[in-house]
Design a protein around this ligand. Structure first.
Ligand code: SF4
Length: 701
């Protein structure tokens, strides 16, 4: 596997969790990209965003030099000020008065260094990430069911399945290449059935055999009903349940009340459609259930994940080709970040901050002076603590929370009050950068080296093919520079990303007698050449599994203490947020051609052609009732904020619900920040915000 075959660089797309391989060809005066035919995620395919990557390489709006209060300073000066301020706040108020808020956009090596600095040297676990907004409910669901945050299957399972259930996922727009792989499989094998479960009739429904337009927030009821149906109709795999699971009887007992009638009431679906879905699931052994943000971004997101997994455990459909529950991550490195402890409650290599044995092991490996002793603040709580003045300094990296967090106006208020806000970014003009005391220029895609992990646990290299402009630096180096100034130079003396990756793999191997299976211990001696040539591989990559593993749990052993998977009983449904004053369910999400807050894709004219401005989808009946016509400007308001946006009247939308894209920020549209309208309601277990079911009022402007 050659990293640079000829004059071409192999790298990985920086957008979604599919993690497509990209070939970059550079000549003296041009750069071009194409899909990597040898990359096992995409086999040469790219979607519209991947194909437009070259459009985003320009230097417009790039942040080129460190700035303190808009004044250009040297890196030396900027890192001195950050280190001094962090040190004095820690001395006066303790380590929990400072925080990092990072991103599923940064590389695994960046994440590792940030975690090491905060959790082992500063001594706080106040490091969270925008992955909290993306996958935290799946992490909780995986841990509860399997004993560790581990995705069981691989993309090939989608091609081998006879039934694919896509729930809470507009795969056609949000993970386009994976969707293309499914369509190609269906073309070859028309018997492959696709069921889409989504309140909206999205592009993903186009080739579906069945679309269940469920009522918002009724997902748990649908899957509890499925569990009950499978039990009553002979769908149980008793041998699997007995040998490999705990808690089936309790879960089945709890699901008993979910009769067809009750499920039809809660989901507002026709009983006939529910039966059609349940019968397909019952009769199709090779079933994969794919789920994404429509499941995760909910006040009961963790329970939704476990309600899905329960159905796979009951039927024993996990660990074999063509079957299993499958969480597809939103971001390019949401999973790589999790592997190195990128959430406030985790340590690297799937170890837990709450476990004293793990804490001690990591502290000795790092020779860390001050190990965090308790989990830190999750994203929503972190910004609330900044607002309350408890966290006095925050370093935000590669993310734009003033646009993407729920109740985003309050996040801006919090940052305006904070004693020190450091923002590391590629772009000088983000809504969050406007709140920074210190701005640090980061190297962008194509300018940095590292690894990312995609939704099927596949680690791929991002490789540098461009020089970073101005004084932009790697994100990991920025943390190291401050660590040196704080007196921890020896522990942060990396020269290259390969050194960090090797240290992470060595931590996986440290005092590991095989009990910690989910690791990269076989890569602990990787050298610079090996790292440069690293071919895409699915973790674990340990002594016994040197080539990685496509599927976990094939032997029926899970990562729990007794090796058995757990059925989980969902709690009672959370309260609805709508009120007579704010009667519409506000669903926020992605469109096909933009990414997050458009800091990259906003630069591409062709990507902006798909949708040129913010909009809100509303059903024809609701539009008529409110005397709103297609393309009218409407006022969307909630208890928390206001947006002005174009109406898109469409029967894709259910009555009583509206959908608005999450991408537009004040940089692109003065009143388009839709997440400012969403309440900061979270899943109590995962801390993931309910970004799919806010409450809003819609009026013609
Ligand atoms: Fe990039 Fe995702 Fe498109 Fe692949 S599917 S090219 S990873 S945005």
């Amino acid at each position: 596997y050659a990293a640079t075959p000829g004059d071409v660089t192999r790298t990985t797309c920086p957008y979604c969790g599919v993690g497509c391989g990209v070939l970059v060809k550079k000549t003296a005066d041009a750069v071009s990209v194409e899909g990597d035919p040898d990359h096992p995620a995409n086999f040469g395919r790219l979607c519209s965003k991947g194909l437009a990557l070259v459009d985003t390489l320009g230097r417009d709006n790039r942040l080129l030099y460190p700035l303190i209060k808009d004044e250009r300073v040297s890196w030396d000066r900027a890192t001195d000020v950050i280190a001094d301020k962090f040190r004095s706040i820690i001395a006066e108020h303790g380590p929990d008065a400072v925080a990092f808020y990072v991103s599923g956009q940064i590389l695994t090596e960046d994440y590792y260094v940030a975690n090491k600095l905060m959790k082992g040297f500063i001594g706080s676990a106040n490091i969270d990430t925008n992955s909290r907004l993306c996958m935290a409910s799946s992490v909780t669901g995986h841990k509860r069911a399997f004993g560790a945050d581990s995705v069981p299957g691989c993309y090939e399972d989608l091609e081998l399945a006879d039934l694919i259930v896509l729930t809470g996922s507009n795969l056609a727009w949000c993970h386009p290449v994976l969707y293309q792989r499914i369509l190609a499989a269906k073309e070859k094998r028309p018997g492959l059935k696709i069921v889409v479960i989504d309140p909206r009739k999205t592009a993903t429904c186009e080739f579906a055999d069945l679309h269940l337009a469920i009522a918002p927030d009724s997902d748990v009821a649908l899957f509890q009903g499925l569990l009950n149906y499978l039990d009553k109709r002979g769908g149980r795999n008793d041998i699997f349940i007995r040998n490999h699971t705990n808690g089936a009887d309790t879960a089945l007992n709890a699901a008993k009340t979910h009769t067809l009638g009750c499920v039809a009431d809660e989901t507002e679906l026709h009983e006939g459609d529910i039966i059609a879905f349940y019968e397909l699931f019952l009769s199709t052994r090779k079933t994969v259930t794919v789920y994404s943000q429509g499941v995760n971004q909910a006040a009961d997101g963790s329970d939704r994940v476990n309600a899905i997994i329960n159905c796979h455990l009951l039927t024993g459909r996990i660990g074999e080709p063509g079957m299993g529950p499958f969480s597809v991550t939103g971001q390019p490195n949401a999973m790589g970040g999790r592997e190195v402890g990128g959430l406030a409650n985790q340590l690297a290599s799937h170890m837990e901050l709450g476990d004293p044995v793990h804490r001690d092991l990591v502290q000795r490996f790092w020779t860390a002076p001050r190990m965090a002793e308790k989990p830190g603040l999750k994203a929503v709580d972190l910004f609330e603590a900044i607002h309350a003045g408890k966290v006095k300094a925050v370093w935000i990296m590669a993310t734009n929370p003033v646009a993407s967090m729920p109740n985003a106006d309050r996040v801006r208020e919090a940052l305006k009050k904070c004693e020190l806000v450091v923002v590391s970014d590629v772009n000088a003009n983000t809504d969050t950068a406007a709140c920074a005391d210190i701005l640090l220029p980061s190297a962008s895609w194509g300018e940095k080296n590292g690894t990312v992990t995609n939704s099927e646990r596949r680690i791929s290299r991002q490789r540098r093919f461009l020089k970073a402009p101005g004084e932009a630096r790697d994100d990991w180096r920025q943390f190291c520079d401050v660590a040196v100034k704080m007196g921890w130079g020896e522990a942060f003396s990396y020269e290259a990303a390969a050194d960090i990756f090797r240290e992470y793999a060595s931590l996986c191997a440290f005092e590991n007698d095989g009990a910690r299976d989910l690791n990269l211990s076989a890569l602990k001696d990787i050298d610079a050449q090996g790292y440069d040539a690293l071919a895409p591989v699915q973790w674990p990559v340990s002594e016994n599994i040197v080539k990685g593993k496509a599927r976990l749990f094939a032997d029926g052993r899970f990562f729990t203490q007794n090796g058995k998977a757990s059925f989980i009983v969902p709690a009672a449904s959370p309260d609805k947020q709508t009120t007579p004053d704010f009667p519409f369910v506000l669903n926020t999400g992605r469109i096909r051609d933009h990414w997050h807050t458009m800091t990259r894709t906003g630069r591409s004219a062709r990507l902006s052609q798909h949708f040129a401005e913010p909009f809100i989808e509303i059903s024809p009946r609701d539009a008529e009732r409110l005397r709103i016509k297609d393309a009218d400007i409407v006022r969307v308001s909630s208890l928390y904020g206001l947006a002005l946006t174009r109406a898109l009247v469409t029967d894709r939308q259910r009555d009583g619900s509206v959908f608005a894209p999450m991408h537009w920020t004040e940089e692109f549209s003065s009143k388009g920040r839709i997440d400012a309208l969403v309440a900061a309601v979270t899943d109590p277990l995962s801390g993931q915000p309910a970004l799919k079911s806010g409450a809003a009022r819609i009026e013609r402007f």
